[in-house]
Structures are given as C-alpha cells and as structure tokens.
Design a protein around this ligand. Structure first.
Ligand SMILES: Cc1cc2nc3c(=O)[nH]c(=O)nc-3n(C[C@H](O)[C@H](O)[C@H](O)COP(=O)(O)OP(=O)(O)OC[C@H]3O[C@@H](n4cnc5c(N)ncnc54)[C@H](O)[C@@H]3O)c2cc1C
Length: 282
C-alpha cells in the first residue's frame, strides 16, 4: 500500500503516511520482503504502534506491520511461542487460560510482543526480560536467526538486539494457580484504569523515569498537568502521559514535550529522557 495513513496503526492517532506499508503474510514472506528492500536499498521501519509518535511528514521507505503474525502455541516445559504481531493482552489472556504464570506484570500493556521485547517493556511488577527465553529474528539479509535471551543484553526500556526484525518470541512461564493469576491481572488492569487516561489516544509514558524518581511526579511538580498545545495535552490523570484530545499534530506534541522538559529542568534540575519513540519526517 502506498501513502498509507499511519494514524490507524498508532495508539496516538497522530502522524503522516508511510511511503509504502507492507503486511507480510508469514515468516517466508517477511524474509522475501526484507531481502528485496535490501537489494533496492529501501529503509525499513517496523511498526507496532503503541510507543510511537510519527511526525507529520510521515515515514519514507517501507513500513512493515506484523498485523498478520498472530499465532501462539504452547511448547513443552511451560514455554509459549508467540508470533511477533501478537498483542500483549491476547498473549496474557492465552497464558491465564492455561494457568501459566509469569506475564502478569504486563497486564494492560497494549504493544505487540515483538515491540515489548525491543523496548524491554515493563512495569513496577516486572519486565519483558524476566519472561523471554529466546527471540526469532529476520536479519537485514532476510535470513531467520534465533537468539537465546542469555545472549541479549537488556537495560531499562531497551533490548540490545542485533539489527533486524523480531518475528517471534519464546516465553518461559511456570505453572500457577489459575485464580491467583487471574486476580493479579484483574487488579493490575483496574489500577491502570484508575490511574491512566485509557479513554483517550496516547502512546503511554512519554518520559523514562529518572533513577529513584518518577517522571510523572516531576512533570506535576513543574505545574504542567493539563498543559495543552493545540489538541495535545499533558494528561490530567497521569502527568507522564500526553493525550490527543482531538486532531493533535505531531508538531503540537513535540512543542509540548519541549515545554515540559524545560519546565522540569528549571524546577527540579532533571533532564527528562524520552521513552516515546519519535520517528519520520517533519
Ligand atoms: C495506554 C498505554 C499504556 C502503556 N503502558 C506501558 C507500560 O506499562 N510499560 C511499558 O513499558 N510500555 C507501556 N506502553 C508503551 C508500549 O505499549 C510499549 O513500549 C511497547 O513495548 C511498544 O510495543 P509496540 O509493538 O507498540 O512497538 P512500537 O511502539 O511500534 O515500537 C517501539 C520500537 O520497537 C520497534 N519494533 C516494533 N516491532 C518490532 C519488530 N517486530 N522488530 C523490530 N523492531 C520492532 C519499533 O521500530 C520502535 O523502534 C503503554 C502504551 C500505551 C498506549
């Protein structure tokens, strides 16, 4: 698809189009697409869509969505294999139904399992690195490479993976008490509902938490809860979320980010680092 709007592919509902948008049917197809893009020197960007701000000029080159990579299977020893496009909520539902514990920390994270590995997504209960056993990647030449988690350095909101596309993930879970797992997941979903602006488009937390502190607390202390530029607003409910209250443009969000960082720096002396990925052309 050419000049495809990315707004419906991002939870923020903001941003320009993809020059070319491709949804491969399966791993073989993905390998072919990657090899062809390399031969034609076309840059590739993979979109899951829930931690992204796509600039208003859109993304040049090829954008790949793993929207058709939706398979999950159970393997021996409480291991699940999930294709890269499986959403975390679906994966967690699958694990809960089989009384497999270990993913409860991720309840309510809307990203794909692949995006969650790349970002080492996490909460105060745990993070992706606690659950990943191995990752199936497609390297830049279009070859399948399986990498053990032991060979992947993980840090705060980042997995240091080789270049390529995550096509699938093996997760090491453990047998658990069905009621207890379900209870933990439900409690955590309720906690999110109570504390996060889930009814408005957003891309989750905008800033990384500085060591021993919370970005939300710092933004609130700087007096910016509710601050607005155009239709981009610092959430009234959670100051580390920015929400799209109508037809926000990426430039509105970027201007708001600039203001927030300056105010926090002035008030607390802390330079906030972006957790949000900003991609594409202005
Ligand atoms: C309401 C809400 C709540 C959230 N809560 C949390 C939370 O509690 N904790 C947390 O950590 N995050 C949270 N997030 C952010 C987001 O869900 C995570 O960062 C998630 O890991 C992003 O996954 P994604 O599939 O959407 O990837 P994207 O946001 O699309 O991409 C993130 C990066 O990964 C790359 N990428 C994506 N897929 C692949 C792939 N298959 N192969 C190679 N690279 C890839 C992208 O190119 C990009 O660089 C929240 C977001 C929202 C909207």
């Amino acid at each position: 698809m050419c000049d495809a709007s990315l707004q419906s592919y991002t939870s923020f509902r903001i941003g320009g189009p993809a020059e070319v948008l491709v949804e491969p049917a399966d791993v073989d197809d993905l390998c072919r697409v990657v090899a062809q893009a390399r031969a034609e020197k076309i840059p590739i960007f993979v979109v899951g869509g829930t931690n992204l701000l796509v600039r208003d000029g859109g993304i040049r080159g090829m954008v790949i969505s793993l929207g058709k990579f939706k398979g999950i299977r159970q393997e021996p020893d409480h291991v699940l294999y999930a294709e890269g496009g499986v959403g975390m909520p679906t994966l967690i539902g699958y694990a809960v139904r089989r009384s497999l514990a270990g993913l409860e920390w991720g309840a309510g994270i809307p990203g794909t399992v692949a995006g969650c590995v790349v970002m080492n997504a996490g909460t105060r209960l745990g993070e992706m690195k606690d659950s990943v056993k191995a990752v199936r990647m497609i390297d830049p030449r279009g070859r399948v490479v399986d990498i053990s988690a032991a060979d992947i350095p993980f840090s705060y909101r980042r997995a240091h993976l080789p270049r390529g596309i995550v096509a699938g993930v093996w997760l090491q879970l453990r047998p658990g008490d069905h009621e207890q797992i379900e209870k933990t997941v439900k409690e955590y979903l309720q906690y999110r509902k109570d504390t996060q602006p889930l009814t408005l488009p957003s891309a989750g937390c905008v800033f990384k938490n500085p060591p021993q502190d919370s970005a939300g607390r710092l933004v609130e202390a700087a007096g910016l809860k509710g601050a607005r530029i155009g239709d981009a607003q610092v959430s009234e409910k959670h100051a580390n979320f920015m929400v799209n209250v109508g037809h926000a443009r990426a430039e509105d969000v970027l201007a708001l980010i600039k203001n927030v960082r300056a105010a926090v720096k002035k008030k607390s002396g802390v330079t906030l680092e972006l957790e949000l990925k900003v991609v594409g052309q202005a």
